[in-house]
Design a protein around this ligand. Structure first.
Ligand SMILES: NC(=O)c1ccc[n+]([C@@H]2O[C@H](COP(=O)([O-])OP(=O)(O)OC[C@H]3O[C@@H](n4cnc5c(N)ncnc54)[C@H](O)[C@@H]3O)[C@@H](O)[C@H]2O)c1
Length: 318
């Protein structure tokens, strides 16, 4: 068991605190915004209840509740002091991250590792000399208590032993870390998601399809195959001559990444901001967002449990 500090208790931070607690670690969670920190226990408790309902939490952990393993800490010093791993999950701006890393230098234990959850920033140039060998990126996907992928990347000066320590820790927690050799903004999964978004908004903006047609095409077409043969194994099943022909014959040219989408901007102007507002591309009714998140999590859990018996195909199985 390790002592873990989680800095930032927003969308990701509170959920990461829960994930590390479920992984058997003691967690100190902090946020510079008092209200955000105080909101965290209720959010963690709801997520824990959903996981427990699906049988994903040991009865002992459920009995103890998350309060036993996650302490809310008012100051950075209290949060970080004694931590073996410091998880940075604060806002995605260069200035905020740089300032925080500087503040951490005198507070972190000499052998503590700093892991940033940044989505797309190259944080390594922002890290002070004293932390360079001990800083890496461990990037999670939301909700991290359900999505197993964690992108792990060391910087040019990161000690590979620290990368290995974090990889092993995540694996022991039942996660699926992928260690990348180099920092690539957006890693792989987010870049593929961005390419899908570029295509989808271009179709919508051209008035060629409806939101229902987009999502039903994904659900009934792409989604079934993805967990089993993903992208490159699927190419092998398609046959690479056809894959090459489609890529090179110009019959279909993917759109350039759009700088903006009139469809998306139109919805935003109408206050259709998504599930939190009860409406976005789709109408979500009067249910509170928490109920919709819970229902999403319940369905994802059923899928995840079913997929445990269906490993992906990546070449000859030994
Ligand atoms: N939201 C996602 O789906 C997602 C997924 C993967 C990675 N990330 C990354 O995780 C990080 C956090 O994203 P989020 O969506 O949770 O943001 P968020 O805005 O929900 O939460 C960030 C929190 O950091 C707090 N904060 C800001 N500066 C602070 C400081 N110096 N000390 C302590 N707390 C501070 C803010 O008060 C806020 O509550 C970002 O780097 C983001 O790119 C987000």
């Amino acid at each position: 068991m390790s002592e873990v500090a989680v800095i930032g208790a927003g969308t990701m931070g509170h959920a990461l605190a829960l994930v590390f607690a479920l992984g058997g670690h003691n967690v100190c969670l902090t946020d510079s915004n008092k209200a955000t920190l105080e909101r965290a226990p209720a959010l963690m408790a709801t997520a824990l209840e959903t996981l427990a309902e699906a049988g994903e939490v040991s009865p002992a952990f459920k009995e103890r509740g998350v309060g036993q393993s996650v302490r809310l800490c008012a100051t950075l010093d209290e949060t970080v002091r004694g931590a073996d791993l410091v998880v940075e999950a604060i806002i995605e701006t260069v200035d905020a991250k740089r300032t925080l890393y500087e503040q951490l230098v005198p507070l972190m234990k000499d052998d503590a590792i700093l892991a940033s959850n940044t989505s797309q920033l190259d944080i390594f140039p922002l890290v002070p000399e004293a932390l360079k060998r001990r800083t890496l990126i461990a990037h999670w996907y939301t909700p991290p208590y359900l999505v197993d992928l964690v992108d792990v990347v060391g910087g040019p000066e990161t000690d590979p032993a620290h990368v290995e320590t974090v990889r092993a820790m995540l694996t022991a927690m039942g996660k699926a870390p992928i260690v990348f050799g180099k920092f690539v903004p957006g890693y792989v999964a987010n870049r593929i998601q961005a390419a899908i978004a570029a295509e989808v908004y271009s179709l919508l903006d051209a008035g060629l399809v409806t939101p229902e047609e987009v999502d039903l095409s994904v659900v009934h077409g792409l989604a079934l195959r993805l967990p089993v043969v993903a992208v490159l194994a699927k190419a092998d099943f398609t046959g690479l001559p056809l894959v090459n022909m489609v890529l090179t014959n110009g019959s279909y040219v993917p759109p350039p990444e759009p700088k903006h989408s009139p469809t998306l901007e139109g919805l935003l102007a109408e206050g259709r901001t998504g599930v939190m507002a009860g409406k976005g591309f789709f109408d979500w009714g009067d249910e509170p967002p928490e109920a919709l998140f819970r229902e999403r999590d319940r369905r994802l859990l059923k899928l995840k449990q079913a997929l445990r018996g269906i490993p992906p195909m990546l070449g000859k199985e030994s």
